[in-house]
Write a protein of this length. Structure first.
Ligand SMILES: Nc1ncnc2c1ncn2[C@@H]1O[C@H](COP(=O)(O)OP(=O)(O)O)[C@@H](O)[C@H]1O
Ligand SMILES: [Mg+2]
Length: 235
């Protein structure tokens, strides 16, 4: 299977502090790839490098997307901060990005997405009145406006209620179900990831300490694998 992302000996330092330490990783096309690890492990830094927001200090990475207009048009993302404009309506928040992506049939696409994420009733409400769960759904709609091949989600369901977590999980499974799309998701929600991920990498102190695939996950619970991967921290 081909890989959509390949990282080779990637390092990131902030001043003298090494935050990512020789990361080599392959993310297959069509996978739901979970990145897990304690706070401060480097998950967000890795994601920000992939999005071109930070430069690696050394090493390299490639993103193999097919889109003729280049990589950026083929990646959708959700970061910790929503980046929503609180005084704009749901529709307007999406329309702004539709223009950035120069979408054809912008109006139809936005209406379809509002329906897909269950926000059509809130179409003309300002983003500031939305609950946290609704806001995350709007951000997700924005992330997939341009139907990207690669979706990168940094803890998309942190602090959300169970119903919305389940909704996100189903959404992500559906998104990759045709086999052409890939999702990279960082999360602390081990039980959520266990249900949907085809591959998991555990990041601790800037290093990939373990990688697992679906078969490993069928045999042992992710919680058990995760705790095992950190055992040396306790010794
Ligand atoms: N812009 C930055 N400048 C300096 N240090 C940073 C910066 N971003 C992250 N760090 C540090 O890098 C480490 C990893 O952070 P982060 O990637 O946010 O971890 P995670 O997402 O796994 O919680 C932390 O020690 C954090 O303080
Ligand atoms: Mg983070």
């Amino acid at each position: 299977m081909s890989n959509i992302i390949e990282l080779q000996d990637l390092c990131k330092e902030f001043k003298d502090k090494r935050v990512l330490d020789n990361i080599s990783l392959k993310i297959p096309v069509g996978s739901i790839f979970g990145l897990i690890g304690p706070n401060g492990a480097g998950k967000t830094t890795l994601i920000r490098i992939l999005l071109g927001l930070y430069r690696p200090s050394s090493g390299s990475f490639i993103i193999n997307t097919q889109h003729k207009d280049g990589i950026k048009k083929n990646i959708g993302f959700m970061l910790h901060s929503t980046g929503l404009y609180p005084a704009l309506t749901c529709y307007e928040n999406l329309a702004l990005y539709a223009r950035i992506y120069r979408l054809d049939k912008e109006k139809e696409r936005i209406e379809d997405l509002l329906e897909l994420v269950g926000l059509q009733e809130y179409r003309d409400e300002k983003a500031q009145i939305l609950s946290k769960g609704m806001r995350q759904k709007l951000v997700l709609a924005r992330a997939i406006l341009h139907n990207p091949e690669l979706l990168i989600l940094d803890e998309p369901t942190v602090g959300l209620e169970v119903e919305i977590k389940v909704w996100f999980r189903n959404f992500i499974s559906d998104y990759v179900s045709e086999g052409k799309k890939t999702v990279l998701i960082s999360s602390h929600e081990l039980s959520e990831l266990e249900k949907i991920c085809t591959d998991i990498a555990i990041l601790r102190k800037g290093k990939i300490v373990k990688e697992y695939n679906k078969v490993d996950l069928m045999e042992t619970s992710l919680e058990e694998l995760y705790l095992k991967s950190g055992e040396s921290d306790w010794q």
